[in-house]
Design a protein around this ligand. Structure first.
Ligand SMILES: [Zn+2]
Length: 98
């Protein structure tokens, strides 16, 4: 065999392409370049512009934003507890010291 093996089968007419975050919908590569996300016009979605490193496909990844909770300006919920933020390690206590 010479060169890259073509594993992607041609699309059937009317076939629906399923897409997955982090993968190029054109060639299936997991090597995507991401730009800074921004909000959609209606404010309900966050959009990452992507470029596939392997095939050059350019597109947008869409994430639907969902209401979670309301806090005060110090990120305390209405029970006086700090809101748990996913990106912050649960073991870190610096949030409580501020
Ligand atoms: Zn690609």
């Amino acid at each position: 065999m010479s060169g890259k093996e073509e594993t992607k089968k041609p699309l059937e007419e009317g076939e629906i392409i399923t897409t997955e975050a982090g993968y190029c919908p054109n060639c299936g590569s997991g090597s995507l370049d991401y730009k800074k996300p921004y909000l959609s016009m209606d404010g309900n979605s966050e959009i990452y512009e992507i470029t596939c490193v392997d095939c050059g496909f350019e597109g947008k990844e869409w994430y639907i934003l969902e209401f979670n909770t309301i806090t005060d300006m110090n990120d305390n919920d209405m029970n006086g507890k700090k809101r748990t933020v996913k990106t912050v390690s649960p073991s870190s206590s610096f949030l409580y010291l501020m």
